[in-house]
Ligand binder design. Sequence first.
Ligand code: HOZ
Length: 443
Amino acid sequence: MFMIDLSTFKAMTTYKNSHKNSQKLFEKAKAVIPGGVNSPVRAFKAVGGNPIFIQKAKGSKIFDVDGNSYIDYVLSWGPLILGHAHPRVVKALKAAIEKGTSYGAPTPLEIELANLVLKAYPSMDKVRMVNSGTEATMSAIRVARGFSKRDAIVKFEGCYHGHADGLLVRAGSGATTFGVPDSLGVPKSYAKNTITLPFNDSNALKALINKEWKKISCIILEPVVGNIGCVLPKPGFLETLRSLTKKYGIILIFDEVMTGFRVSYGGAQEFYKIKPDMTCLGKVIGGGLPVGAYGGKKEIMSMVSPEGPVYQAGTLSGNPLAMTAGIETLKLLSEKGVYKRLQYLSSMLEKGLIDAAKRAKVTTRFYRAGTMFCTYFTDRDVFDYKTAKTSDTAKFSRFFSGMLRRGINLAPSQFEAGFMSLAHTEKDIEKTVRAAYSSFKEC
Ligand code: HOZ
């Protein structure tokens, strides 16, 4: 049985006393917002305790309303690859805001960001900007269905593609965290067109496609699954997927909302050298403002209204502020040495965390793809939903709490990825590893 020692108990009491404002705000929030939060995982339900309410953020750090600071590995769930409030992004945004916040009409900025994205993702000939990852995947699937004239879609267990109805089937992220991978409120008639398969299982994939290919419009996946931690594709899995989808005329959609510009500048498709037919992006290309995008081959994207018959629209799509933050972020990311530095920092963290767990005698499995990472508390190799679920979430919760008390902010769920930024320093990582050793000891 797990027992806390006196010093941990004292530390927990001190933590409580130094988070009184957050606690008060959470009570107020619960009275007016469902669960007190605007997105479920933020409520800390999976790890216990109350969420910290944030006052401000700068570089690698966030600061809560009680004046505590944390080294941040959540980074707004991924977009802030340059760190919080990067001076160049802030400067560009200040200039942009003077010119108005939204026009609902085309701007030169949209063309500039589209060109930056297309240059980085040569699998796409055209791209449409939307406001979130959810919108991107939902729209891409509509286009894929319109193009193929087939209704069924295939997704993989634990992959999370936002919260559109047909995609909340065996979904990861908060849906897995709270044990509702199939959400109430999704009519059976929507979900019946969604077929799920285990990630990394090439045999199950072959069997399904051989039998059902005539029905299947598209297969969508996170090429690295960031919504059940960080699950890497096994060698050959993405290649099999590409060759089978090509053979049977099924559209292959890479959801690179998380992996885009994170696994490498050209995303997982560049890293694993696989060209999907369509790609969904988000997070990084908005530089911290709400943006999503979907794109693909010319013949597929010409289906999109007003060029074609598939309807999709949005008042805030291509919003000038979001475009500005995205452009500045991508320009900075394409400067020399940026990914080398990100790789160096991420691998330093990886080595440190693996070593800290070993020294603390805690069995873990650590996975990383570029700047995304996850530690699982299991002795099993993690390669799909089932194996991710073998992680001891009670141990994760104790680790999470220990880290937070020591000033390190991790995602409050085992089933989310951690993220590195350019603003993190060697000192930050050394502090993180020291905190990890002590927190592992408390698991
Ligand atoms: N489920 C989202 C990340 N995988 C988190 C959204 C949020 O709370 O901001």
